[in-house]
Ligand binder design. Structure first.
Ligand code: GLN
Length: 236
């Protein structure tokens, strides 16, 4: 956590532009699982007219329609705060449009490549069809493994460069390309999973927390694990 305080700062980026399918629930579940371990938290909402603070601990970006996505990318690039935060080791979870725009390039409506924030070595373009529906994937073993589920709705397809590693491998659904889903590079994670992703996959929430605060005490199973099991059974 930041040296200046013992509060875990969760920064929710651009709720006015990037917040489809309840992605804001990711901030709430992170707070809940941190506080259950006695870690104090603060959720900071950063609207697109505000500067992005560089001293947060975990940065969250959600999905968005094509036009708000372009607006968000341009503002984040001009602001520079998210890039500075990632460079000094903050954890990042970016979903769908957010995932695409933290990469090197992403496609506009006509599939012209536009520059992203450049903190994850991925490039996204538009696919021939829209990827819509439930997705089930196995998380990379080096990240702790386990099966995750979510809802995807995107036109984009994503190629990983040498700096990025797949977050997971798909069992059902499309994700990046029908084979892999999401990507990570150090403490920066991206995924196509909505749902929101962290309430549906408590192990992903704990992974993000661990990246920032180190080992965590286990928690007793809760509705989060029940929801996870239910969605898994429904999707496969
Ligand atoms: N506009 C992007 C796409 O269609 C992202 C959509 C989303 O965030 N759900 O690929």
């Amino acid at each position: 956590m930041s040296d200046t305080s013992s509060v875990l700062r969760i920064v929710w980026i651009y709720p006015d532009l990037l917040s489809t399918y309840g992605d804001q629930g990711n901030a709430l579940i992170l707070r809940r699982r941190a506080e259950q371990r006695g870690i104090r938290t603060e959720i900071v909402h950063v609207h697109s007219s505000d500067p992005v603070p560089a001293e947060g601990d975990v940065y969250l970006l959600g999905g968005g329609e094509d036009r708000p996505q372009i607006l968000a990318a341009n503002r984040l690039r001009a602001d520079g705060g998210l890039k500075r935060a990632a460079e000094r080791g903050a954890a990042v979870l970016a979903v769908c449009a957010g995932y695409q725009i933290i990469g090197e390039t992403y496609g506009d409506d006509d599939d012209n490549p536009l520059p992203g924030v450049g903190i994850l070595d991925i490039r996204s373009g538009r696919g021939e069809s829209r990827a819509v529906g439930e997705i089930v994937a196995d998380v990379a073993p080096e990240l702790g493994g386990g099966r995750i589920t979510g809802f995807e709705n995107h036109q984009g397809r994503t190629r990983l460069g040498r700096g990025a590693t797949p977050l997971s491998r798909t069992l059902t659904g499309i994700g990046n390309d029908g084979q892999t889903e999401g990507a990570y590079q150090g403490q920066v994670l991206g995924t196509y999973l909505h749902g929101p992703a962290l309430p549906r996959n408590p192990q992903l929430a704990d992974l993000l927390l661990r990246l920032r605060v180190g080992e965590l005490a286990p928690l007793p199973p809760s509705w989060g694990e029940t929801l996870h099991e239910e969605r898994l059974a429904a999707a496969l």
